[in-house]
Design a protein around this ligand. Structure first.
Ligand code: SF4
Length: 287
């Protein structure tokens, strides 16, 4: 069996930083207890379980906003995830006297800053993102005037002053889909300021999928809730390679690989390296 690792693998810098800060917080006896994770620190179930075992409490409930969840907390330390949060969360935590450990990725901070700046200058701000994703929700929390665009079709319905439009996006989107939207907006609004903010970690991983050599199967390793992981699977499929998204070696062990003689492996920016190594070891030894 030929196995090709698509590079890079392992955590991106934003995830590494978030985990370092969060683990340091768990070990710091001076921080007020309990310690809460306000949403999954990264989209990876194994990592979240590890934090829970160390005593962290996960504040996450489908259909309930971070603000509502935070309102129920009266003491302790809150760890903000790499995806970032809106200003409302900072204000609320401050009012309640909660200690904050803010692990927001620098790329996300930059987007918040740019949107804030352009809102103050009177621009209509458009944000290309995925409704419900924490990074998107954090950005939309900056102002109710920000217009969310989830698809090229939606972009065509935007009504705004063509002279003062600012556009940016979620960091983990598909390169291809996002380019299509930016291309349309550049033509429809030639004076718009377009800040494509797909981060480097997302870009290089997707490019590796788009340009990979022909294989029988591409295995994408990562959590099914991870946006950047799902986009890797789409990138690989888009070049005609049969692709499967798995979370761990157990998922791979269930696959029938008798007809497969070549496999490429990539992984999301929030996938621990050891999960990929376990899969490669299994494929090398068992198949
Ligand atoms: S995927 Fe990009 S934006 Fe998200 S944490 Fe990693 S480096 Fe930051």
């Amino acid at each position: 069996m030929k196995i090709i690792r698509l590079e890079p693998q392992g955590y991106c810098s934003g995830v590494k930083n978030a985990l370092t800060m969060a683990y340091q917080a768990m070990e710091n006896p001076d921080l007020p207890r309990p310690i809460y994770l306000l949403g999954s620190i990264i989209h990876n179930k194994t990592v979240i379980e590890d934090f829970k075992e160390k005593g962290a409490i996960l504040l996450e409930e489908k259909g309930t906003s971070k603000t509502e969840l935070l309102k129920k907390i009266s003491k302790g330390t809150i760890i903000i995830s790499a995806h970032g949060v809106s200003q409302e969360i900072y204000s609320l935590a401050d009012q309640k006297g909660l200690k904050l450990i803010d692990t927001t990725c620098g790329n996300v901070r930059w987007i918040h800053k740019r949107i804030q700046q352009h809102l103050e200058e009177g621009y209509t701000c458009l944000y290309i993102g995925m409704k419900g994703h924490p990074e998107c929700e954090g950005v939309l929390g900056i102002s109710s005037s920000i217009l969310l665009i989830e698809s090229l079709e939606q972009a065509k319905f935007i009504k705004a002053n063509p002279e003062k439009i600012y556009v940016t996006n979620q960091t983990t989107l598909s390169l291809y889909d996002t380019k299509q939207i930016y291309d349309y907006l550049a033509t429809a609004y030639p004076n718009a300021i377009l800040d494509n903010a797909i981060c480097k970690a997302t870009t290089i991983r997707q490019e590796a999928c788009y340009t990979q050599e022909r294989v029988d199967l591409c295995i994408v390793v990562g959590d099914k809730a991870s946006s950047n992981t799902k986009k890797l699977a789409l990138a690989s499929q888009s070049v005609g390679i049969p692709t499967i998204l798995v979370e761990n070696v157990t998922d791979v062990q269930k696959l029938s690989l008798k007809q497969i003689s070549s496999i490429s492996i990539t992984s999301g920016a929030s996938t621990p390296s050891h999960v990929v190594e376990e899969i490669i070891t299994y494929l090398e030894q068992e198949v």
